[in-house]
Design a binder for this molecule. Structure first.
Ligand SMILES: [Zn+2]
Length: 369
């Protein structure tokens, strides 16, 4: 449990203190008698058939005193409040996975009729230098661009949740081939950025599988923040910020690795289940990086029941070799059956409020590595 974080190793502990600030506290309240039955109904622990398995007194005792964990990364300013109780709040029961799967597969099947992305050469624009054709994907210009260079990798598969390692590798390779072409065409655009918004909750307007690919003159704001952090940390401590981040998570039992590609369930996730993969090599040239991304994503979809997610790849400049790694971040955007957004004012203007425990995520991931 994240509330019992223990850094055993002394070196890792001093690194933890250098990067993070940890605080915890109890939020208390009084439930009136008239509200106890409803509280049990909303938050009572249930068995797999949905029957409540605790008394109203037990449920009320848990609700009346809630443990809150507050973790802040002092370098990046990322900050997360954990309260596992929120996973059980009304509207998020998390037990209707089968219902959600059926809903999504119906949605995907129905959207195939008249789908523009199923015929990309006919119904999407192309870049001024043409299209890049992979084995399992093709590029298209973005009809409504995010930025000057803003295009798409459209998968041959309509269903975004159905992909093999070979197919995912092709999406990555096609993206990196496009980055090369843009850089050749306009050499002042040196910072590639890759984003996969999977399904509507993650911001996708089309169900058909596709990724966003961008090239910019300056890194995007949050990537720039990471690059600055990396430089500042190196200057102050003569150490690699991302390696230290990994070492802290390793010491907490929240990481794993696949060759020299390492990953961890972040203790300051931006939202539910955020996993960060750090690859020293370009993923399009490294099978271990591709395998890691593939296994993490498949575990999210097949084991953790995540169907809508954001995946980003922050990529170093084409021109500066300063050791900044390839950073892949994946986050769950919640159930498609819910009408409420997963992010509210707290996430936009305050700190992230998260229910899922990072230990639950890493344990699921470790079983596929
Ligand atoms: Zn389609």
């Amino acid at each position: 449990m994240v509330e019992n974080l223990r850094v055993k190793d002394a070196t890792a502990y001093s690194t933890f203190k250098r990067i993070y600030r940890f605080d915890s506290g109890l939020g208390s309240q009084i439930i009136p008698d008239s509200f106890k039955a409803k509280t049990l109904n909303y938050f009572g622990q249930r068995d797999s058939s949905g029957n409540i398995i605790e008394s109203a007194e037990e449920a009320v005792a848990r609700i009346e005193h809630q443990k809150i964990i507050n973790i802040t990364n002092q370098w990046t300013g990322e900050s997360t409040l954990f309260n596992s109780l929120r996973a059980d709040r009304p509207g998020i029961k998390g037990k209707d996975l089968k219902k959600e799967k059926e809903h999504i597969y119906k949605l995907i099947a129905e959207s195939e009729k008249g789908c523009d992305f199923c015929q990309p050469e006919k119904y999407t624009p192309e870049d001024v230098f043409g299209r890049i054709r992979g084995e399992h994907s093709i590029t298209a210009a973005n009809l409504a661009k995010y930025d000057v260079w803003s295009s798409l990798v459209i998968f041959n598969n309509h269903n975004p949740l159905k992909f093999t390692l070979e197919e995912l590798s092709d999406y990555i390779d096609t993206s990196f081939a496009w980055f090369e072409d843009v850089n050749n065409h306009s050499p002042q655009f040196e910072f590639p950025f890759f984003v996969w918004n999977c399904l509507s909750r993650a911001g996708a307007s089309q169900i058909h599988g596709h990724c966003q690919i961008l090239m910019s003159k300056e890194p995007y704001a949050r990537v720039k923040n990471l690059m600055k952090t990396y430089q500042k940390y190196k200057k102050e401590y003569s150490a690699d910020y991302f390696q230290d981040l990994y070492l802290v998570h390793r010491s907490l039992g929240l990481s794993a690795n696949h060759g020299d590609v390492c990953f961890f369930a972040s203790i300051t996730p931006i939202k539910e289940k955020e996993v960060i993969i750090i690859s020293p090599k370009n993923p399009s040239k490294d099978i271990k990086a591709k395998e890691t991304i593939f296994r993490v994503l498949r575990c999210f979809i097949d084991t953790l029941g995540v169907f809508s997610f954001n995946l980003s790849i922050s990529i170093p400049s084409y021109y500066k070799e300063d050791g900044f790694p390839y950073i892949i971040r994946i986050v769950d955007r919640g159930s498609l059956l819910k009408s409420t957004a997963d992010m509210g004012g707290m996430e936009l203007y305050g700190s992230s409020v998260v229910a899922d425990d990072p230990y639950k995520i890493i344990n699921a991931l470790k079983s596929v590595f």
